[in-house]
Design a protein around this ligand. Structure first.
Ligand SMILES: [Zn+2]
Length: 81
């Protein structure tokens, strides 16, 4: 799986528990980022204002922050094989 070092932001392939090849840190987490372009992320701000309101209403949220949609995507679409 794709990992990212929390310490120096190096990305590499490995298993959870691996050490960072760059700085030897154990602070390594699974990489959820899209730097490699494998996931297409859609954020709430990508929607028209009217749709943003509809979505929040649909989810029963007062604002995007409440669902953490100010930082996380509302949808992720994997790249076609
Ligand atoms: Zn590192």
């Amino acid at each position: 799986m794709r990992l990212i070092c929390d310490n120096c932001d190096t990305q590499f392939e490995g298993e959870i528990g691996s050490k960072c090849p760059n700085c030897d840190s154990n602070a390594v987490v699974e990489c959820g980022e899209t730097d490699d372009g494998e996931m297409f992320e859609i954020f709430i701000n990508d929607l028209k204002e009217e749709k943003q309101k509809e979505l929040l209403e649909f989810l029963g949220l007062k604002d995007a922050k409440e669902g953490n949609f100010d930082v996380f995507p509302i949808a992720e679409i994997p790249r076609g094989e």
